[in-house]
Write a protein that binds this ligand. Structure first.
Ligand code: PHE
Length: 497
């Protein structure tokens, strides 16, 4: 490039650059050659040694079958050529045509030749129907072969493209001029201004490499939020904009008292067995809960009260003090509700939420692990009703895009009534269970010290399920555990409901 510029001042078409003898570079007439030239040009122009313009050329080239037709004629012309003129020889049967021109040409060519009225039936065989044909397919292809296109225009080109005989080739080529720093030899420009250059004065004459402001920096390594935490942030935002305050949930280990008893879960309930719950063996027992409250909880279980018969089953202090990995964040809600009921100055309405980890001793599969996150909310106010809860859930879930809800009666030991929440999932085209909810029972609220007219709504859902749906994940181990791909975590998109 540099020696051509030195000699000729400019290069009008880089495809016509002279071949460099025994250099290991592709010829300038080829696409690879122009690619190599483009690399050289951008490096030379960054040193201002050359300036250049880019041009795009669109042309057509023949595919192997197109080349064969350009050489030997179209299939229909080959069939025509194989046949005798009418009355001047024995007509050829379809079988004989195959023998002469081959199966491929016979298959395509025979029909086309009949349609073009080049050949016709004569008894059991075929003969020429005309003594002269114009094989336009061959002529068009020959024209493309030599000029890259046809004068006949677009219609012919698209027909040949459809027949898979030609392909479109886009190629780039360049016009080049001398730049302000033109020279026939490439000096390695300086990339750093050094102390030596400053003291010797060499900087005055040094040739500095131009700063490339377009260059992308190397990706910096950084921390990244796990997808679960991104979805958690969205839930948190919904709660906060609806006026909820976040509950503390830092304690994974709870007493059975707070995890179960305070919630009026009977001590004989199957969920309290070791196949469902992880028990802690050391320390063996929890610190005792507030005495008077403990006593009222024990009483309501054993004997009833507040209009309830209770479970009328023996109460065990030992059972109550067993430590567990909390099986739900409702254990945290219970403690906060008790505080709310007994706070100085008396009860005030409140909306509280938490999003944290819970543990269940369950068989694990693609969608279940022994630990997951619960999103939980409680609302306490005077005279709340079930329609209030349903209305609230509609508002809450519509903020995450779920506008179509259904409720199904369910059972929780601590809520009555209880409702499972279903949402219609447009992408999955079905109703999916998304949560559980209810109104906390008086057997739970009244021992805590709530005024009689205060009702408390509660609801919970998992964080994993919406996250999996959001990220299109079908195996929970993609999300949690030792198989999680850290790159995927770093590159996972932000979530907006
Ligand atoms: N604790 C329930 C669960 O684990 C969720 C829930 C919370 C239900 C509050 C009702 C009230 O599914």
């Amino acid at each position: 490039i540099l020696s051509t510029l030195d000699k000729d001042e400019s290069i009008s078409d880089t495809r016509r650059l002279a071949l460099v003898a025994d250099a290991d570079i592709p010829p300038p007439s080829s696409a690879e050659g122009q690619q190599a030239i483009q690399g050289a040009l951008s490096s030379l122009s960054s040193r201002e040694m050359v300036t250049f313009e880019t041009h795009e050329d669109v042309s057509y080239a023949l595919k192997p079958e197109g080349e064969q037709i350009a050489r030997e004629g179209s299939h229909e012309a080959r069939v025509w050529a194989a046949l005798p003129a009418k009355g001047k020889g024995t007509p050829l049967s379809a079988k004989e045509i195959i023998q002469v021109v081959g199966a491929e040409s016979a298959k395509i060519g025979q029909g086309k030749a009949i349609k073009a009225k080049w050949i016709e039936k004569d008894g059991a065989g075929f003969v020429k129907a005309t003594d002269k044909i114009q094989d336009t397919t061959q002529l068009d292809l020959q024209e493309i072969q030599s000029s890259g296109t046809v004068a006949a225009g677009e219609k012919v080109l698209s027909e040949l493209k459809k027949r898979n005989l030609i392909v479109l080739r886009k190629s780039l080529w360049y016009t080049v001029h001398k730049g302000p720093q033109f020279s026939t030899s490439v000096q390695k420009p300086e990339t750093d201004l050094t102390v030596d250059m400053l003291t010797s004065g060499a900087w005055k004459t040094s040739n500095f490499k131009k700063y490339n402001f377009e260059a992308e920096g190397a990706p910096t390594s950084s921390g990244a939020l796990h997808p679960l935490l991104k979805v958690r942030e969205e839930f948190r935002n919904i709660f906060l904009e609806m006026g909820f305050a976040e509950m503390p949930t830092s304690q994974y280990v709870e007493s059975s008292f707070w995890n179960f008893d305070a919630l009026f879960v009977p001590q004989q309930h199957p969920a309290r067995e070791s196949q469902d719950t992880f028990f802690i063996s050391d320390p063996a027992a929890a610190l005792p809960p507030p005495k008077a409250y403990y006593q009222s909880v024990a009483t309501v279980h054993e004997k009833g009260g507040y209009g309830s018969l209770g479970y009328r089953a023996p109460w065990s202090t030992e059972e109550s003090h067993k430590l567990v990995l909390r099986t739900h964040t409702t254990a945290c809600s219970a403690q906060l509700l008790r505080k709310l009921a007994t706070q100085p100055g008396g009860f005030k309405p409140a909306k509280l939420f938490s999003i944290d980890r819970v543990f269940r001793n369950e068989a694990t599969d693609n969608t279940h692990l022994a630990e997951f996150h619960q999103v939980e909310g409680v609302i306490a106010d005077h005279e709340l009703t079930l329609p209030d809860l349903i209305g609230f859930l509609h508002t809450f879930f519509s903020k995450m895009g779920l506008k179509n809800l259904r409720f199904k009666p369910a059972y929780n030991p601590y809520t009555e009534p209880s409702m499972e929440i279903f949402a219609f999932h447009p992408a999955l085209n079905k109703w999916v269970e998304i949560g559980n909810s209810g109104m906390f029972r008086p057997e739970m609220l009244e021992p805590m010290g709530f005024p009689k007219d205060v009702r408390v709504h509660g609801f919970g859902l998992s964080l994993e399920r919406p996250t999996m749906i959001r990220y299109g994940i079908s195996n929970i181990r993609t999300l949690v555990g030792h198989k999680v791909n850290v790159d995927w975590v770093e590159n996972s998109a932000a979530v907006r409901f």
